[in-house]
Write a protein that binds this ligand. Structure first.
Ligand code: ADE
Length: 245
């Protein structure tokens, strides 16, 4: 069946590469169809106005409800079994993780709504929630100029999880964050470079020893760099190592 992704933005050029390169391979196989839409096509005044001053006062501008309402009217006319998922990219959303990417990769239809300015009129989110599954997602705890880069990053993480998109499925399970650990360090030829040697165990041909070394490196690296992951429940309960406190 495949995954259909629509992105609504006032900067469609910013996301144009999605329609081309990234979608290219998957689109040819019929796996993914990505379309980018300019929100201003749904703003009907002379200047295609999409923002206005906030009720209650304060700095910045708020995105008006009417263009968004029309955008969703046009894009949510689905003929699948699932309700479409609408993702609002916002620094106030749920943090984006590999687990969220996995959930989204299982959908048939995702519409990204990229907010700019100080955000979108809350009634837009409340109204669309009556006819779609709404997710508010943050790329991380920092502020971007708008949701476009977040939509791009989320799309890239999701698309590569769609079955058939990547050649080999085992390369997916072994990577960072799929098992809750960071990746072990990797090496390639030459075995000696500028006086630096590849760890001998990797040249030993002993597959069990190599797997044990890699696991140990991944655990150490995670404890060192991401104590937040180590202290998350259960994962490290049966391991010897604890983050330095
Ligand atoms: N828009 C602005 N900052 C953002 C962030 N951190 N995540 C998602 N959308 C955003």
């Amino acid at each position: 069946t495949g995954l259909r992704i629509d992105v609504v933005t006032i900067f469609p050029d910013y996301l144009a590469p999605l329609e081309l390169s990234l979608a290219g391979k998957a689109r040819d196989k019929g796996l993914i169809d990505i379309r980018v839409h300019d929100l201003r096509q749904w703003a009907h005044d002379r200047h295609h106005t999409v923002d206005d001053t906030p009720y209650g006062g304060g700095a910045g501008m708020v995105m008006k409800p009417e263009p968004w309402g029309e955008a969703f009217d046009a894009l949510l006319d689905h003929e699948g079994d699932d309700r479409p998922t609408v993702v609002f990219t916002t620094p106030s959303g749920q943090p984006f993780t590999q687990a969220v990417a996995r959930e989204l990769a299982g959908k048939e239809r995702i519409v990204f709504a990229c907010g700019r300015y100080e955000g979108i009129d809350q009634r837009v989110i409340d109204e669309v929630a009556t006819r779609a599954e709404v997710r508010e997602i943050s790329l991380g705890d920092y502020v971007l100029n708008g949701g476009e880069v977040a939509a791009l990053a989320i799309t890239e993480a999701v698309v590569r999880l769609v079955p058939g998109f990547m050649g080999n499925a085992s390369s997916l399970v072994e990577e960072s964050h799929e098992d809750g650990l960071l990746e072990y360090p990797v090496f390639t030829k030459p075995s000696s470079w500028r006086g630096l040697e590849v760890p001998p165990v990797l040249l030993s041909g002993d597959h069990a020893a190599i797997a044990a070394w890699r696991r140990d490196q991944a655990v150490r690296r995670t404890a060192e760099r991401r104590p937040d992951l180590v202290s998350a429940p259960s994962l490290f309960d049966d391991l010897e190592i604890r983050p330095a406190l």
